[in-house]
Design a protein around this ligand. Structure first.
Ligand SMILES: [Zn+2]
Length: 1150
């Protein structure tokens, strides 16, 4: 708006005020011959100064909109050679800019005032002797203007002003009146990194060290500015190195201690904080961290912080100290021989360039736990890298690079990947479309034919109808050679009388190989024969858990093939889990938890003699003797879905735990499931999982771990409960090899810590990341579900394929029986649209299995809604896309060491059989004109709350990009919005605002995108369920449980039923033709505001990142730190928080 100002016109205006008249005169003088008018100019500026010093309104007049007062003043300043005139104008500017805030300064800057002042400073510095008053005025003004001028640092350097100010400081160390404004300007200069380097060379560092010093009540303002200037200068590595070489680290620590001791009333907290700021910046370099350790910095900051802890107002000191200590804490290697999984699985072949090939390409004997290469400090680069912080605001990327912008890639690809002859074999999974009926078929016993055998496709097949009344058909389990003998399990369902009070002493393990292990000692022979053995009572949960049967579970386990050849069964899986009736609120985070935990970690270094460092569980060294001193907990994870690699007792009641990488991989762990025994009741045990990889976690936002107590189960509460206090997730001091960190060096692991007090004596407890759901459990549930089959239900279970690990991948077909064999009924039966569901491609997302269980139970139920749903659709369901990963306790991958949800574009039949055959089946459906109406893959989300969906929309993707939409005139059916919209109206956990329909490049190989693009399913979704809880709806503030997850699965089905009602039956008949007009009332985009969350980069996650409340603070995020010096050389530098309130802010989040 300033640019719109016209030439001055105030002189001609009637009634112009005196100041405007004077300005008019000044303007005319500026235009005339200069030398002769010096006196006049001096007089006029003097009068203006006098007026504005006495009348505020005249200042307003001069600065009012449309006034050219500033132009005239600046032009006079630029042209005059007269000292008094200059001083007058500087005083006028000082008056003008003192009040009026940013706007007046803004006008000054926009008129080029900064450069005029800087030129004046430089030219005046050439006149000797220097005029002190002039220097004072110029620096005072520069200090006012500098912080408002984004280019100030560059302008100062280019005008040669830096050294003038440094010299002023140098020559006026005792003249505080002039020293203060000069220092303040120096502080502004040094905010620019290039300037900092240059100022360091000019001796500014020495000057600052001359000014700062031990505790003093005098000149504290000056001290504060000097410290802040020093801190800014020390952001340059060259300066930091200089300071460390001169021994300034011990000096700063001594100064800090002195202030800490003497500032007893905490009046000068900000000075103490500024001293810490200097120390913090020195520790950005390796040399500085070493100097810190050598100078006993850990102990000094630990002790001072401990003394500050009781005073809440000193939190910024404690937080900054803690940050420095964590930065300097010597990095440890994980106590492992290798980060590769303990278990390896030989693959049929290894894809060149694939992750497993990379794993094997490491030379033998290479230590992959830490990097071999030395960390080099490297040479100074910050002079070349002109990282002008003035440019920060323009340099930011506003657009997400991950959004697909290639419009051709956004259009469905009508390609036939495989010839139909090859796809024909998948007809066996779609018998409902080809089977036909003879009248007498209805007289014979009807049952869905189990099709694990190759059906003869040319013979007519019989399918049963409602008219056939026949007993339920329970399928036999897949007849694998049972590798295990279950005869001697130490479990009895029928225990007479009350349980032995000492029963739990004998809680051993369920062992499947005939060898019973009780309290760690092996006993041979069947349980019944050894009379002294306690018998474990199985809680009777049959009424509560209709799909659970312990005996059947064991039966199922026999056919499950695991890489470690597990012989034990975890009690929770055997007993079953009864959903809690309790509400489990999202945990309120106690203030300062993270800090306390970090201080405890730092104590390991300060009091090393307190540390036990005793290995109590080790999969890598199973022959290693485990101390049995009665003082250590006993760990175990050798059962299906178990994951715990190593446990180390750190203190009497504290354990470090290490998780195992996914098989054939060296990372991807997050899932855990293990057993703990030999605990003392009433004692607080601290557990730290020390090799977490993600930069943040819902454990920081109220999520608790799950615990299952066997004693509680026996006492009638067989259930997983959310437990643990003092939970937090933070970066730790274990360094992470670049091999497992995508090549990034200098990364650390994260710790997830939780504290538990066990209630029962001699209990055996289990901990898990989320409610476990094993593959054997799925088989048991399917067996039970097939038993629920009535004559109205068409239920068929096929084996889609066998997995790499030799396990069967079930494929279910569920629909309603045809009413009769009449042509009309059979035709209706065959014309039902297909709904294709899948889940658990990611083994760690056990919640997706519970949602699937809810869907399956609903589909098999006898409610009218369920019947109506079955009559509406044919369901094709793959409830577990990654059985091997689930069985072996993986978090993300299959046995091929790959994320199966990244293989959909080009799945390999041998390495990714479940994906290969699922995709082929979809291709078959498409080729036969039965493209599914809905495809949905159930997932779990580790970092967001609620349940939500991702879909695919060309339009919404294009909206997120700068692609010129005119060249892609899009007509898109908005039907993809209907289902999420319906779910948000019915399912309490579902949140529409978390849904996104953007197609990302990084997701192009996921099920959702491939099924949308290649199969042409418009309603292709990923449904993500939180692992944590809800922040909206009926469950707001509560953690999610299996009841809510199962309810979500059931509501999803109800949503499909409503979708059916919104869908024109005629068009459904030809549902490949997409447009479904009946959905109009729901698909108006205006009725769904802000539905799309923009995405950001998320590594190793198949979901768009969330912009929710997670605060990637101090210890988590390297990229978001605005005052962090970018450095390619020294990657060991840990990120700083942008402010010291970070930790407390994070603590306050829920
Ligand atoms: Zn997932």
């Amino acid at each position: 708006m300033w640019q719109e100002m016209n030439k001055p016109k105030m002189a001609t205006e009637k009634g112009a005020s005196r100041v405007l008249m004077l300005l008019g005169q000044l303007e005319r003088l500026n235009e005339g011959p200069k030398a002769s008018d010096t006196d006049a100019t001096r007089q006029i500026t003097g009068r203006i100064l006098h007026i504005i010093q006495t009348q505020e309104k005249t200042r307003k007049e001069m600065m009012s909109k449309g006034s050219s007062g500033m132009d005239v003043i600046l032009s006079t300043l630029e042209n005059t050679r007269d000292l008094q005139t200059t001083l007058n104008i500087l005083s006028i500017l000082n008056e003008l800019l003192t009040v009026g805030g940013g706007r007046r300064t803004g006008v000054f800057v926009s008129k080029g005032g900064t450069a005029i002042l800087l030129q004046l400073l430089v030219s005046s510095s050439k006149d000797l002797p220097l005029n002190e008053e002039l220097m004072l005025h110029i620096h005072s003004l520069l200090f006012k203007v500098g912080p408002k001028d984004r280019k100030f640092g560059v302008k100062a350097r280019l005008n040669g002003a830096l050294n003038v100010t440094v010299n002023q400081v140098k020559h006026n160390l005792q003249n505080h009146k002039l020293l203060l404004p000069c220092l303040q300007v120096l502080r502004v200069y040094s905010g620019n990194l290039v300037n900092a380097v240059s100022l360091g060379k000019s001796g500014a560092l020495e000057l600052m060290f001359e000014i700062i010093g031990p505790f003093s009540k005098k000149s504290t303002t000056l001290l504060k500015v000097a410290l802040d200037t020093l801190a800014a200068l020390l952001k340059s590595k060259m300066n930091a190195r200089w300071a460390v070489d001169r021994g300034y680290m011990p000096t700063l620590l001594a100064i800090y201690q002195d202030w800490h001791r003497n500032d007893t009333r905490h009046r000068h907290m900000i000075i103490r904080k500024s001293i810490l700021g200097c120390i913090k910046n020195l520790t950005n370099i390796k040399l500085g961290r070493k100097a810190f350790i050598d100078a006993n910095g850990m102990r000094i900051l630990y002790n001072t912080s401990t003394e500050c802890l009781p005073v809440r107002t000193l939190d910024p000191l404690v937080n900054t100290s803690s940050l420095i200590m964590r930065k300097c804490f010597p990095k440890n290697r994980l106590p492992l021989p290798t980060i590769k999984s303990v278990y390896q699985y030989p693959l049929p072949h290894i894809l060149a360039g694939g992750p497993v090939a990379q794993l094997h390409s490491l030379p033998p004997g290479v230590d992959d736990v830490v990097d071999e290469s030395d960390e080099n400090e490297g040479t100074e680069v910050d002079t070349e890298n002109d990282t002008e912080n003035e440019d920060d605001e323009t340099g930011h990327k506003t657009q997400n690079d991950d959004i697909e912008t290639d419009i051709n890639k956004l259009r469905p690809r009508q390609m036939q990947a495989r010839p139909f002859d090859e796809l024909r074999v998948y007809e066996r999974f779609c018998l409902e479309f080809t089977q036909y009926f003879k009248v007498n078929d209805f007289q014979s016993p009807g049952s869905v034919t189990p099709l694990s055998v190759d059906p003869n496709l040319h013979n007519p097949l019989i399918i049963p109808t409602k008219q056939n009344r026949r007993p339920k058909n329970i399928q036999p389990p897949r007849s694998n050679d049972p590798p295990l003998d279950l005869d001697s399990i130490s479990i009895s369902k029928a225990l007479e009388g009350k349980p032995d009070p000492d029963l739990a002493c004998s809680l051993g393990r369920l062992v499947l190989d005939g060898e019973i292990s009780v309290n760690g000692e092996s006993v041979n022979g069947p349980q019944e024969e050894s009379g002294d053995q306690a018998v474990i009572e199985v809680p009777d949960t049959a009424a509560l858990l209709p799909l659970h049967d312990p005996d059947l579970y064991l039966e199922m386990v026999k056919g499950t093939r695991s890489v470690p050849a597990y012989t034990e069964v975890a009690y929770p899986d055997y007993f079953g889990h009864v959903a809690l009736n309790l509400r489990e609120p999202i945990l309120e985070r106690a203030y300062g938890v993270q800090r306390t935990k970090i201080f405890q970690d730092i104590e390991r270094l300060i009091h090393p003699s307190d540390i036990l460092d005793r290995v109590v569980y080790d999969l890598d060294n199973q022959s290693c003797p485990i101390p049995d001193n009665g003082e250590s907990l006993k760990f175990n994870s050798k059962f299906e879905s178990g994951n715990l690699r190593k446990a180390i007792q750190i203190r009497k009641f504290e354990y470090d735990l290490i998780l195992n990488s996914d098989i054939n991989s060296n990372h991807y762990h997050q899932w855990f499931y293990f057993e703990v025994g030999n605990m003392r009741p009433g004692v607080r045990y601290r557990f730290n999982i020390i090799n977490c990889e993600k930069s943040n976690s819902q454990f920081n936002y109220g999520m608790q771990v799950l615990m299952y107590s066997v004693q509680e189960a026996i006492n009638g509460s067989p259930q997983w409960v959310r437990t643990g206090s003092d939970i937090c997730y933070y970066k730790n001091h274990f360094s992470r090899s670049s091999i497992a960190a995508g090549g990034q060096k200098g990364k650390s692991y994260f710790s997830m810590t939780f504290t538990v007090t066990f209630q029962q004596k001699d209990d055996v407890c289990y901990f898990a990341y989320h409610y476990p759901y094993t593959y054997s459990m799925l088989k048991m549930h399917l067996q039970k579900l097939s038993g629920m089959c009535t004559n109205e239900i068409y239920y068929r279970q096929d084996e889609l394929c066998e997995t790499l690990g030799g396990n069967s991948c079930p494929l279910l077909t569920i629909t309603a029986m045809p009413e009769s064999s009449s042509n009309e009924h059979i035709s209706q039966f065959r014309s039902r649209p297909v709904v294709f569901l899948s889940s658990r491609v990611h083994p760690g997302e056990t919640n997706s299995s519970w949602v699937m269980k809810g869907s399956l139970e609903f589909l098999m139920s006898c409610s009218p809604q369920a019947q109506s749903l079955r009559e509406s659709y044919i369901f094709k369901i793959i409830p577990m896309l990654n059985p091997d990963g689930v069985i072996n306790g993986n978090h993300r991958c299959s046995l091929s060491g790959e994320d199966l949800n990244r293989q959909w574009q080009n799945p390999n039949a041998e390495l990714h059989p479940t994906i290969y055959h699922a995709k082929s089946l979809l291709q078959y459906l498409r080729a036969t004109g039965r493209t599914p109406l809905v495809f949905c893959d159930y997932h779990g989300h580790s970092r967001k709350k609620n349940v939500f969906m991702y879909g695919c929309s060309v339009k919404e993707t294009v909206w997120q990009t700068n692609v010129n939409t005119s060249n892609c005139d899009l007509h898109e059916d908005l039907g993809y919005r209907t289902l999420p919209k319906l779910l948000s109206q019915m399912a309490p956990a579902f949140s529409l605002s978390s849904c996104s329909f953007v197609v990302e490049r990084s997701k192009e190989a996921t099920a959702r995108v491939v099924v949308w693009r290649e199969i042409g399913v418009q309603r292709s979704y990923t449904m993500e369920s939180t692992l944590c809880g809800c922040d909206q709806g009926k469950y707001k503030g509560l953690q999610i449980g299996t009841r809510e997850l199962e309810e979500m699965g059931a509501q999803f089905c109800v949503g499909l039923l409503r979708l059916r009602r919104f869908t024109n039956p005629l068009e459904l008949h030809n549902h490949n033709s997409h447009l479904l007009d009946m959905e109009n009332d729901l698909k108006d985009p205006r009725s769904i505001p802000n539905i799309t969350s923009p995405t950001t980069y998320v590594l190793e996650e198949d979901e768009p990142a969330f912009l929710e409340e997670v605060d990637y603070s101090a210890e988590s995020n390297d990229e978001n730190d605005p005052d962090f010096e970018p450095d390619l050389q020294d990657n060991r530098v840990l990120p700083d928080p942008s402010s010291d309130s970070e930790i407390s802010r994070q603590d306050s989040l829920t």
